[in-house]
Design a protein around this ligand. Structure first.
Ligand code: GDP
Length: 302
């Protein structure tokens, strides 16, 4: 239900157009496909992914000998899920350690919803009875530490921090040791989000990761890149930069509720080959959902 609610804008934009198209065309012909292509592009599904989808739809229409346009709707849903699944070599589940500390690193540019996502995830794990700690690794941006503390208070979890401007790697060292001392289950680590200088970004992330790797074997268990769905194709460009800077294990797509172009989920999945693991569907504590391709596509069309 949350999923459906959060997709209202995309549904209004995308699915209603598809429905209208199907109603208008009795026959599935070249013109029908051209219009469908346009709708998909406008929903930010991404050019390459749209081309792939249209090709596969055409083949399927031929194979099943579909002539009436009303019969194509279910095929569109099936193909959307399929494209998603095919790109899905890795699990969309968050890699949580049983009976050991799980360290999750969050990366992404300022304003995408990193802090909010950390807060929401802290709430989720705390509700499951886990001990959660937050690491204020963005020592660069003014107010970042305080903002994380606001979430820490809200959710009721401790934030490990140092003074603004201090070395993020030192904060991580501290955080990991605090987590061990408190027998914590989950450590969620914020990082700085400036993209102006890729070399610096890379160096800082590497340094932070090294400390975590050294102190907790096998960690970080996830490096989650947070992307703002409302920035559309820009999110894809950011993702490419981060992918070059570090090993991203999953995507959090925030603000999916704020965009009519939710097709970006497919573009990210299909073009980057990184699984979307979580989606943000609002500003509140429990507006975070694990991504599920079937639920997503179903949410679009129902
Ligand atoms: P950060 O700079 O990456 O840490 O970004 P913030 O966590 O501060 O988020 C920036 C803004 O986006 C805030 O106003 C959040 O409330 C808002 N935001 C974050 N996630 C979502 C979401 O899933 N949906 C909506 N509608 N707003 C969100």
């Amino acid at each position: 239900e949350k999923f459906k609610e959060g997709l209202t804008k995309t549904r209004d934009n995308f699915s209603s157009k598809v429905n209208e198209l199907v109603a208008r065309y009795r026959k599935v012909d070249e013109e029908f496909f051209e219009e469908l292509e346009e709708i998909l592009i406008q929903a930010d599904v991404g050019f390459d992914t749209v081309m792939q989808l249209i090709d596969e739809l055409k083949m399927e229409v031929k194979r099943k000998n579909i002539q009436d346009s009303k019969d194509i709707q279910s095929v569109i849903s099936e193909k959307l899920v399929e494209i998603y699944r095919e790109a899905d070599e890795t699990s969309t589940e968050i890699n949580i350690q049983e009976n050991a500390l799980t360290v999750i690193l969050f990366v992404g540019v300022n304003g995408v919803g990193k802090t909010t996502t950390i807060g929401k995830l802290a709430h989720k794990y705390k509700s499951e009875g886990k001990t959660v700690l937050l690491a204020a690794g963005d020592t660069f941006r003014a107010g970042a530490i305080e903002q994380l503390e606001v979430w820490g208070d809200r959710v009721g979890v401790e934030v490990i921090k140092q003074a603004a401007g201090s070395d993020p790697a030192a904060v991580m060292f501290d955080a990991v040791h605090s987590a061990k001392a408190r027998n914590a289950d989950i450590l969620l680590c914020d990082t700085a989000g400036r993209l102006q200088n890729k070399v610096n970004l890379m160096k800082e992330l590497e340094k932070v990761k090294k400390v975590i790797e050294r102190e907790v074997p096998g960690a970080p268990h996830e490096v989650l890149l947070v992307l703002d769905a409302t920035t559309g194709q820009n999110a894809l460009i950011q993702a490419k930069t981060f992918k070059e800077a570090t090993n991203v294990s999953g995507i959090v797509l925030s603000k999916l509720d704020g965009t009519a172009k939710g097709g970006i989920v497919l573009a990210i999945r299909n073009e980057l080959k990184i699984p979307v693991k979580l989606v943000g569907l609002g500003e509140k504590m429990d507006d975070l959902q694990e991504f599920d391709a079937e639920k997503y596509v179903y949410g679009l069309f129902s």
